[in-house]
Design a protein around this ligand. Sequence first.
Ligand code: ADP
Ligand code: MG
Length: 256
Amino acid sequence: MLAQKHFSGIGFAFVYTTEKLNSRTMIELKNVEKYHKTGFNKTYVLKNINLTIKQGEFVTIMGPSGVGKSTLLNIVGLLEPPTDGEYLFNRQPVHKFNERQRADFHKNFVGFVFQAYHLIDELTVYENIETPLLYRKDIPAKERKSLVAELLDRFQIVAKKDLFPEQLSGGQQQLVGIARAIIGKPKLLLADEPTGNLHSKQGEEIMELFRELNRDGMTIVQVTHAEKNALYGNRVIQLLDGWIEKDVAVTPDMWK
Ligand code: ADP
Ligand code: MG
């Protein structure tokens, strides 16, 4: 009896330390709600969202159009506040952050691929991709140039580097948006339907790239409608009517 107790004690300690080393909680949403006021009514977008994402995860959010996927991603990226609830990032209550702290958070932790690209119209492709690095004191100009060149090359848009966003197709704008989001190797990549406007071959290449980045330690949360894209991650969260309907581990035959 005593021995058993002793061993289970060790077991617990072991589990606890590996847990601490390998799977630190990065994102914790507690009872998050989002509603819009229309007259006297509240229109709920998200209700009672409780969600924990560990560092190093690659999570896919799915669900019908209008269900709140972009809203959830925006909340995680501190682009819009929840109406209610708490958000801890690396144990910090980031829902209480002021504008300055939010700007630091964006600069230091997050890359965002927007559903509608949100490129800067007045900047060229090259300059758009370069933007996040301009805030980084640790990356000298020479390295900045080579990082941009590398991505232009990888995404096969070298010939477009001096064009402006309005001169590009939707797919090309999407690629530029992705390049801009990952160039600074953010700890957290939030990608809202990142392959929605790409050809299937390009889409696959982007997913391969995300897998590589994730293996190198980047935490990724993506929104997608494509079941095959979800297979690149480790977990799928299905939203329905503003709730988390399903939160399951990815298995190779999950869509069969
Ligand atoms: P998804 O990305 O899953 O398609 P969104 O997060 O973009 O969904 O939108 C969720 C819901 O929130 C939609 O039904 C949308 O109409 C609603 N919504 C977004 N912004 C507002 C707003 N300012 N006022 C009222 N409803 C809004
Ligand atoms: Mg959306």
